[in-house]
Ligand binder design. Structure first.
Ligand code: GDP
Length: 318
């Protein structure tokens, strides 16, 4: 089991969550791999519905599975929709991972998140710091659901010898992001806010929190490339962090987004909004040893994300 590379070409590969930012990037990255791509529309199969998921796996028999389906959002969404974040994400992970086992998938990749690490774990965050301390409260329901999925993958490897693996992406951004004014992540939120301020000539933009937290940002197409690399070559119970290995304060990041968008007004801070975890930087040394490194510099990635925001804004106004 463990050391065999997994050939993607010619296989039935299921991307769960293909309409999300991550799933869509995986679909783009799989295009040259000559797979038989399988997806399900949300209206057709609700991944929280165990019976529907099992029936679909029985009929479709995917050989490779990417679990990129999840209910996701920024700090406000995580902190407000706490019940939905824990229930939806536990149900999706439980149904898809168990179905992959029942219906004979040869390989599965579960995508976790850097928020599974303890709030005050030493930085950069190493894979073995999971469950070594209390979680950040604003996203604890999401993190607990992701930890449940990670532990399922470990258990199915241990008990059944399943070739299931866990990867932990850092904060992601790029095409297909969610630009909801309240529930988005910081990258999409600031692209939209600076753009709207520039367009309407408003001279002040509000950024949440103190501006002092540090975050690492990875362009989603880089993430997809890392996932395909690991899906093909990696098989072990150890988690693998996926990030750039570099972080930036929210204040520096806000200035960068303002510059890319061309907003020249004032930036102010709303300290009534939560900062969340003070720092979230992944240790990517395991990933580097496995032969992968991120290639899209932050400024270039933000330019690409802004272009796709403009394209998406145009499409929705047509
Ligand atoms: P987190 O990494 O789970 O905290 O995810 P977010 O992307 O939601 O937030 C990252 C950091 O950006 C936090 O410190 C937020 O307080 C800060 N932030 C600043 N302005 C915004 C905003 O408009 N939206 C969001 N979501 N976060 C913001």
């Amino acid at each position: 089991m463990a050391e065999t590379p997994f050939e993607l070409a010619g296989k039935r590969i299921f991307v769960a969550g293909h309409r999300g930012m991550v799933g869509a990037a995986l679909v783009r990255r799989l295009a040259p791999e000559n797979v038989k791509l399988l997806t399900v529309a949300r209206g057709e199969i609700d991944l929280r519905d165990q019976g529907a998921v099992f029936r679909w796996f029985d009929e479709s028999r995917p050989q490779g599975v990417f679990v990129a389906a999840a209910k996701v959002g920024g700090i406000a969404a995580n902190n407000t929709l706490r019940a939905e974040f824990i229930y939806d994400n536990i149900a999706i992970a439980a149904n898809v991972i168990h179905a992959a086992h029942l219906y004979g998938a040869e390989k599965l990749m579960f995508l976790g998140s850097s928020c599974i690490y303890p709030r005050l774990a030493s930085q950069p965050l190493r894979e073995n710091s999971m469950l070594s301390g209390p979680l950040e409260p604003t996203n604890e329901p999401y993190a607990i659901a992701k930890i449940a999925g990670i532990k399922m993958v470990e258990a199915y490897r241990a008990q059944y010898g399943a070739d299931f693996i866990n990867v932990m992406p850092t904060n992601l951004y790029g095409p297909g992001d969610n630009y909801h004014p309240e529930y988005s992540h910081v990258v999409a939120a600031l692209i939209r806010r600076f753009h709207e301020a520039k367009a309407s000539g408003v001279g002040k933009v509000v950024v949440w929190g103190t501006g002092t937290p540090r975050r690492e940002f990875l362009y989603v197409d880089d993430l997809a490339d890392a996932c395909i690399h690991l899906m093909k070559t990696y098989s072990s119970e150890e988690l693998v962090n996926i990030g750039t290995g570099q972080d930036i304060t929210i204040a520096e990041f806000a200035r960068l987004v303002a510059a890319v968008v061309g907003y020249t007004g004032e930036i102010s801070y709303d300290v009534s909004r939560p900062d969340g975890t003070p720092r979230k930087l992944l240790d990517v040394s395991r990933l580097a040893k496995l032969g992968w490194g991120a290639t899209t510099p932050l400024e270039e990635g933000i330019k690409l994300a802004y272009q796709s925001f403009l394209g998406e804004a145009k499409r929705t106004s047509e």
